[in-house]
Design a protein around this ligand. Structure first.
Ligand SMILES: NC(=O)c1ccc[n+]([C@@H]2O[C@H](COP(=O)([O-])OP(=O)(O)OC[C@H]3O[C@@H](n4cnc5c(N)ncnc54)[C@H](O)[C@@H]3O)[C@@H](O)[C@H]2O)c1
Length: 273
């Protein structure tokens, strides 16, 4: 529908109220991404990037199943026509049970993850095990759970949440985080290579710093909130911290982009220029 207004308006954000740009070139001109008829499952959708992405995928027409460990955080999403389910992605049995009840999904956004702060000298084996379990192993289990139905259908899109703190960039005091998010980049490429011929696309997103509830907690934990915040802003050449909705734009794009697979996409306000 060339010339049509944006299909939907983006949810209110903290730093920008620009309309979302979600468009694809088609033989009829420029069209918005339309995920009508697709089922999308999002992990860690209770707040932050996962929540914004669940809303964006639903606005793009998908049936969305928003999951999180926190039932209270999920419940407002039902007002937007989004189905919600409590799911702890660390629990392999819960993943199996969830997928048995949900059935086939066309789009998986693996968003759940944890940030550990510190150098190698401040990282215990327990810290490493926990981050590996949540940032890597849980994602692998989620992929394994959705893949059979995607392969059967010959179509599916998996979007994994990595970070620029990964194989992309060494970030001070993010040893465990960078190690595990680098594994997400590797896992994404390996899965994409194995299943590209079966119609599966698998990409990952590498954000810089994004305004979310957990970022606020990390800033507060440093003691001087404003000074830490200013330092985080200063490392983004674009001059501000990103919004969850800006990352959600990329999730929707990758859910619908039919010629992109095995990629780690930086979305970082110019941090890695
Ligand atoms: N915020 C940033 O600056 C930033 C930057 C790069 C990458 N990321 C990544 O984006 C993802 C989301 O981060 P965020 O800051 O938007 O979210 P957040 O940390 O603010 O929220 C995380 C959500 O995950 C849920 N959760 C925690 N443990 C869970 C579990 N075991 N199973 C299911 N859900 C669980 C929480 O209940 C919460 O709703 C993470 O993987 C993070 O590493 C964030």
């Amino acid at each position: 529908m060339p010339g049509a207004p944006w299909r939907w308006s983006r949810p209110a954000t903290t730093q920008t109220d620009k309309p979302a740009l979600r468009c694809l070139a088609t033989d009829k001109g420029i069209d918005v991404i339309d995920l009508t008829g697709k089922t999308a499952l999002v992990t860690a959708a209770g707040q932050g990037i996962g929540r914004a992405s669940a809303l964006a995928l639903a606005a793009a027409g998908a049936r969305v199943i928003a999951t999180d460990i926190n039932a209270d955080a999920l419940s407002p999403l039902t007002e937007h026509g989004i189905e919600t389910r409590v799911l702890d992605v660390l629990d392999a049995d819960a993943i199996s049970e969830c997928m048995a009840q949900v059935g086939a999904v066309d789009i998986l956004f693996n968003c759940a993850g944890v940030v550990h702060g510190g150098t190698i000298m401040e990282a215990s084996d327990d810290d490493l095990d926990f981050a590996y379990a949540l940032n890597v192993k849980a994602m692998v289990r989620m992929c394994r759970a959705v893949l059979p139905a995607m392969i059967n259908k010959g179509d599916g899109a998996i979007v994994n949440m990595a970070s620029v703190a990964s194989s992309t960039k060494g970030v001070p005091n993010r040893f465990v985080y960078g190690t595990t998010k680098a594994a997400v980049v590797g896992m994404t490429k390996a899965l994409a290579a194995d299943h590209v011929a079966q119609g599966i696309r698998c990409n990952c997103i590498c954000p810089g710093t994004v305004e979310t509830p957990s970022l606020k907690e990390r800033l507060s934990a440093q003691g001087d909130y404003e000074a830490t915040r200013s330092a985080f802003v200063a490392r983004q050449p674009i001059g501000r911290i990103g919004t969850a909705e800006e990352i959600a734009d990329l999730v929707v794009y990758l859910a619908g982009a039919t010629y992109t697979t095995g990629q780690a996409i930086n979305i970082d306000g110019g941090w890695t220029i």
